[in-house]
Each structure stands twice: as structure tokens, then as C-alpha cells.
Design a protein around this ligand. Structure first.
Ligand SMILES: [Zn+2]
Length: 102
């Protein structure tokens, strides 16, 4: 039986604190499909938006051939192709949670 949703989200949050992980790495660590991780991430962002002590960090996907960075991308999936050079060598976006310093 799969664990309840809340537990999975809590686990994702715990894993992201103080580090940067791709959804693939998270999938390996939590033990669920990468697609499911991508589904949980928007909720993790919402949870963190209410937290004044820590914040969600998105390190955007980038093209490894020309260096194009997918800054405007809001979906939690890896882009398939670079809009500038059409390369498919795209690094996965990485996520993390870091403390908010006052
Ligand atoms: Zn490119």
C-alpha cells in the first residue's frame, strides 16, 4: 500500500532541505515514479510559500551545448529540446529548500 500523499510530500521536503536534487534523484530516494514527484512539487512549493523560515529554490534546466537557461519555465518537467540550438542535451532542473536568513 502506498503511503498517504502528505507523507510523500513531507519526505520530499525533508530530502530537499539544504541540497539540490533533480526529480529523477528524488524519485530514486522516495521510491516513486519521477512523474509522481513532478506532480507533488507544485504542492511542495505551496507548502513552502507559507513557511517563513525556509524557501523553495529552483535551479532551472539548461542546455549543455549552448548554455541556454530555461528561466521562464514553471512546469516541473525537463524540457526536451533547446529553443536556441535545438539540442536535446538538456540538464534536468534541480530543486532545493534553503533557510531564509533575516
Ligand atoms: Zn542550446
Amino acid at each position: 500500500m502506498p503511503p498517504p500523499e502528505r507523507t510523500v510530500r513531507q519526505r520530499i521536503i525533508e530530502l530537499l532541505i539544504g541540497t539540490r536534487l533533480s526529480s529523477y534523484q528524488l524519485a530514486q530516494m522516495v521510491g516513486i515514479a519521477e512523474r509522481l514527484i513532478e506532480g507533488h512539487l507544485p504542492h511542495v512549493v505551496k507548502t513552502l510559500a507559507r513557511d517563513r523560515t525556509q524557501r523553495f529554490v529552483l535551479e532551472p534546466a539548461a542546455c549543455s551545448d549552448c548554455g541556454f537557461v530555461f528561466r521562464d519555465r514553471t512546469r516541473f518537467t525537463k524540457p526536451s529540446r533547446c529553443p536556441t540550438c535545438r539540442s536535446e542535451g538538456i540538464t534536468a532542473p534541480r530543486y532545493g529548500i534553503e533557510p531564509v536568513r533575516k
